[in-house]
Design a protein around this ligand. Structure first.
Ligand code: FAD
Length: 494
């Protein structure tokens, strides 16, 4: 036909969703093509998200740890920060990973086409070639014909409509570029991304304000855990403005002037307003899916008003041979969710093209998706929180283990943590209710939450977890201890 390139599977977007789908499809024997507008694979996560933020958070955590060592009699003096070299370090981390991805794509004979892709029909995508570090378009166009497609075009940061166009107003990508450390910084949005970047900037010397419309930071996490985080991080903030709306902003020579309105529950008609000036404003108010910019309608794929694409458990859109995965299909917008969905879609597609019924029957059926704030301390959670259980009328038995009783946490000088597990306490569970959720606040919490996710997937009860021998002395022991606490003691185990 008229196509420049033909393939079994076209993947639009080279982020964690896109490359994982293409790699799995290639491993299953399909000819897969990735279309990506940027120079490297890896998407938001590798280039301007998970990985660079963690490179900087690691540096911040070491600085804070070293400062803390003063209490153990070791003093290093104030850190000398060289921003240019820190940026270089971060770039090197990204480069290693994106280079590795490119090599894996070559090894698997996955073709990457550089350019901006848009559907022009149900089986055709047009790619407008892009060059350079960004997405500058050249005149060159290509048509790719595909049997099946996966849309993995991701999301981008939301902007408040009244925020001025000004270099002092940035999003997470701008924050990761690390141009300068301001004196006064506003974090707009008290979610994971804002608080992670705030941690980095505060450790490097910025004073923080944070404003959040809802009545608590880190929505979705258990309040007992967030309380501990907030106490440990109070020193970073001049103001933590909760239940507060940002209603306007002006660029002034001396800074960005931002106005807030606090809507008191008692007097909703008379909001208290307030005005503050900042050297830097980080917008971290959420992310918008890229569904409206890919010509989806030309392929017949339905996109919601907000730009999401609805899919079924097999990641199939309303068009049977076109699938969608990752941030573009909805919350939670997390890389590990995108990867998991990618594998489902690739397997279903390979199964259908090759007549393999088992593969074609793949479906997304994870019970839970863990979340982690890689702050200091880290906050990690999975499954139901206590508030959610209460709201759903589910009776739970909880095990709350304070790290003040953990030898390892004390030895580390970091005993502020907690591990909290929730078990089904319905009468018919007869004291052996399955684990429904759990969370941890404390150092390395994110590295340990996978065990709680596994326990939920396996339907473990408190005895299963308590009787699993955890190595001593580790922070991971706290999971076994929390389970013992929830169970009462383990003496009545059958
Ligand atoms: P993306 O990673 O957004 O990839 C989509 C790709 O498609 C992009 O490369 C884009 O250029 C390309 N694309 C889009 N449209 C087109 C088009 N028309 N033509 C060609 N190419 C196109 N998640 C975690 O799990 N853990 C974390 O620690 C974490 N930290 C984060 C920190 C920050 C600062 C941010 C912003 C996000 C973070 N996330 C984290 C979220 C994570 O980055 C996303 O969930 C993940 O990248 C989604 O993957 P995806 O494949 O759906 O989309």
């Amino acid at each position: 036909g008229t196509a420049d390139l033909e393939c079994d599977l076209l993947v639009l977007g080279g982020g964690p969703g896109g490359y994982s789908a293409a790699f799995r499809a290639a491993d299953l024997g399909l000819k897969a093509v990735i279309v990506e507008r940027y120079a490297t694979l890896g998407g938001v996560c590798l280039n301007v998200g998970c990985i660079p933020s963690k490179a900087l958070l690691h540096v911040a955590a070491v600085i804070d740890e070293v400062r803390h060592l003063s209490t153990a009699g070791i003093d290093f003096g104030a850190p000398e920060v060289n921003l240019e070299r820190l940026r270089g370090h971060k770039e090197k981390v990204i480069g290693k990973l994106t280079g590795g991805l490119a090599a894996m794509a070559r090894m698997r004979k996955v073709t990457t086409v550089r350019g901006y892709g848009a559907f022009v029909g149900a089986h055709h995508l047009q790619v407008q070639e892009t060059t350079g570090a960004g997405q500058e378009q050249t005149g060159s166009k290509k048509i790719i014909a595909f049997k099946k497609a996966i849309i993995a075009a991701g999301s981008q940061a939301l902007r408040l409509p009244f925020m001025p166009e000004d270099p002092r107003v940035i999003d997470a990508t701008g924050a990761l570029a690390l141009k300068e450390i301001p004196k006064r910084m506003l974090i707009l949005g008290g979610g994971i991304i804002g608080l992670e970047m705030g941690t980095v900037y505060s450790t490097l010397g910025a004073r923080l304000d944070v404003v959040e419309m809802l009545d608590g930071l880190m929505q979705g996490a258990d309040r007992d855990l967030v309380k501990v985080w907030q106490k440990m991080n109070a020193h970073r903030f001049d103001r933590i403005m909760l239940g507060t709306q940002t209603i306007g902003a002006q660029a002034r020579p001396e800074g960005i002037e931002v106005s807030f309105a606090r809507v008191a529950k008692e007097h909703p008609s008379a909001p208290q307003t307030d005005l503050q000036t900042y050297d830097l404003v980080l917008q971290a108010v959420g992310r918008r899916p890229n569904g409206k910019q890919i010509g989806a309608e030309k392929a017949g794929v339905t996109v919601t008003d907000r730009g999401f694409i609805d899919v079924d458990r097999q990641m199939r859109t309303n068009v049977p041979h076109i699938f969608a995965i990752g941030d573009i299909v909805g919350q939670p917008m997390l890389a590990h969710k995108a990867v998991h969905e990618a594998h489902v879609a690739a397997e279903v597609i390979a199964g259908e093209l090759q007549g393999d019924k088992a593969l074609a029957g793949a479906a997304f059926d994870a019970r839970v998706i863990p979340s982690v704030a890689y702050t200091d301390p880290e906050v990690a959670w999975v499954g139901l929180t206590e508030d959610q259980a209460k709201a759903q009328g589910i009776r739970v038995k909880k095990g709350l283990f304070p790290w003040t009783a953990s030898g390892r946490a004390i030895a580390n000088g970091r005993d502020e943590g907690y591990t909290k597990l929730l078990f089904d306490d319905a009468p018919e569970a007869r004291g052996h209710g399955k684990i429904l959720g759990g969370g941890m606040v404390g150092s390395h919490a994110g590295d340990m939450i996978g065990e709680i996710a596994l326990a939920i997937e396996m339907g473990a009860d408190a005895v299963d977890i308590a009787k699993t021998i955890h190595p001593h002395p580790t922070l991971g022991e706290s999971i076994g201890m929390a389970a013992e606490i929830a169970h009462g003691s383990c003496t009545d185990v059958p």
